[in-house]
Design a protein around this ligand. Structure first.
Ligand code: ADP
Ligand code: MG
Length: 477
């Protein structure tokens, strides 16, 4: 029997506000436990939540970016459950009336195709605190710094048909929220995490199978591994005559498997009701109009523009627009004399990205900024140096040895374009290698590489490769 996988994701994006969603406490990461939890976050009696306007702005930006718009009226609701990291005994969330309704995003498939994934809704809610198990023997500590941190929960339709598609969707949302400047996307710090719902069904069957929910996956790799494992598990179970239980499961990265955490609760277990402490959020046209004008160019549009304006292929354009900082760098590079857009794209995706990855540096902090790299590419374009020598110069710039011209000068790397000088070396090489010359003339064309190599060696790589080739051909024929 052939099986089809069905996946829907609930992504939690932590909104990049400076203070919490219902209090003035700081959202900065990494503070000592319980130093950033005020009376509201602690759920003390007699205090009232006040909605952070910026969280509404950020959710609205997201709604516009996925074509959903912003709902004119949304309502906060209490989602009731008991857990030690939830001091009020309920989480403030949105239920029947979320701030963002139905929208969509387009993902890229591996075979170069695209697919539209539906977004069911996105709603605002507060995060819970965190239990600390490591430092306390036989007890747990509770850190409420995270309590009240604003989250946007983005719920997808069950539209994905493989773990790969799920990852592509998750990456797309990740790119989008960072473009919008509404989430820093830092997965290690938990700013971007997801619950994955997955089921399988016989291919061709219309009804969905029973799903399992995989909780709190905080890396792309874990999401993919957890989904793969879970799909296999469900298929094995069904083929062995068993049944999939609707339950919440945890992924254990060390063992690479999922295991049951609890039976899946139903919405009515939470006894949702509108929070009487908060007014409905009402949004007018002016508010939406202001949001619309403040939207940046979005990833899909930027990629399309890069393809049209710079003649790049889809692959290069995707790489360069995967985040705003890279796209900005690329355009600054072109403006700084980076010359041919394709050459500039190769340098950003190649040597620059390689060096940034190697040293763990963000492109915005690159020691070789767009101006410096532009200066280097200009020297390739005007034939002062070859592409190969340019790699040396780049490494020297990376180490802070100055700009391209200074390094070329100091190290005497200037390309030899004087054809008289090259001719002389070519003649020497031909004179010194009579055997190879004979073979070449007898038809062993491959030896061209050998001759070029000899000339380059004699000039420490500084001869203009094009001229060397031309002269060698002339002399050898
Ligand atoms: P809950 O209220 O239990 O969280 P929802 O109906 O809100 O359930 O769905 C949560 C997520 O599960 C959504 O992303 C949805 O697309 C996905 N989902 C729903 N049914 C299935 C299914 N049978 N298989 C896979 N994913 C599903
Ligand atoms: Mg849910």
């Amino acid at each position: 029997m052939e099986w089809e996988t069905v996946i829907g994701l609930e992504i939690h994006a932590q909104l990049a506000t400076r203070s919490k969603i219902f209090s003035g406490a700081s959202t900065a990461y990494g503070a000592d436990p319980n130093t950033q939890a005020c009376n509201v976050d602690l759920g003390l009696p007699g205090v009232l939540p006040v909605l952070n306007r910026e969280a509404v702005v950020m959710a609205g930006r997201f709604g516009l970016a996925i074509g959903a718009g912003v709902e004119r009226r949304s309502v906060f609701a209490r989602k009731n459950y008991f857990y030690p990291d939830l001091p009020k005994g309920y989480q403030i969330s949105q239920y029947e009336l979320p701030i963002v309704g139905r929208g969509q995003v387009t993902i890229d498939l591996e075979d170069d195709g695209t697919k539209v994934i539906g977004v069911t809704r996105a709603h605002l809610e507060e995060d819970a605190g965190k239990s600390l198990h490591e430092d306390f023997h036989g007890m747990s500590g509770i850190d409420l710094n995270r309590a009240g941190t604003p989250l946007l929960e983005i719920v997808s339709e069950p539209d994905m048909r493989s773990p790969k598609e799920a990852i592509a969707y998750m990456r797309k949302i990740h790119t989008l929220v960072r473009y919008l400047g509404i989430c820093d996307g830092n997965m290690q710090e938990g700013s971007f995490r997801c619950d994955a719902n997955v089921s399988v069904r016989p291919k061709g069957q219309a009804a969905f199978g029973t799903r399992a929910e995989l909780k709190n996956l905080n890396s792309f790799r874990f999401v993919e591994r957890a989904l793969r494992f879970e799909v296999e598990r469900q298929i094995d179970l069904l083929e062995g005559g068993g049944k999939v239980l609707q339950e919440t499961r945890l992924y254990d990265p060390e063992r690479g498997e999922t295991r049951p955490m609890r039976g899946k609760e139903e919405a009515n277990d939470y006894r949702y009701f509108p929070d009487p402490d908060l007014l409905p959020v009402e949004i007018d046209d002016d508010f939406v109009a202001a949001l619309e004008t403040s939207l940046p160019e979005l990833p899909d549009a930027k990629r399309q523009r890069f393809m049209e304006q710079y003649g790049l292929g889809r692959y290069d354009a995707s790489l360069l627009t995967a985040n705003r900082a890279t796209a900005d760098y690329y355009e600054a590079l072109l403006a700084a004399g980076g010359g041919d857009p394709k050459l500039a794209a190769n340098w950003v995706a190649g040597d620059l990205s390689g060096a940034l990855n190697r040293d763990g540096i963000d492109i915005a902090q690159s020691p070789v900024d767009a101006g410096l790299l532009g200066g280097l590419l200009a020297r390739i374009a005007d034939n002062t140096i070859s592409g190969k020598i340019a790699k040396q110069v780049f490494e020297a710039m990376w180490r802070g040895e100055g700009d391209a011209d200074a390094i070329i000068e100091a190290r005497g790397l200037k390309q030899i374009t004087d054809s008289g000088a090259i001719e002389k070396i070519v003649d020497d090489v031909i004179a010194n290698n009579p055997g190879q010359v004979e073979q070449f003339r007898a038809g062993k064309e491959k030896l061209m590489g050998f001759f070029v190599g000899q000339v380059m060696k004699a000039t420490q790589g500084k001869a203009n490769p094009k001229q060397v080739n031309e002269l060698l051909r002339k002399r050898l024929s």
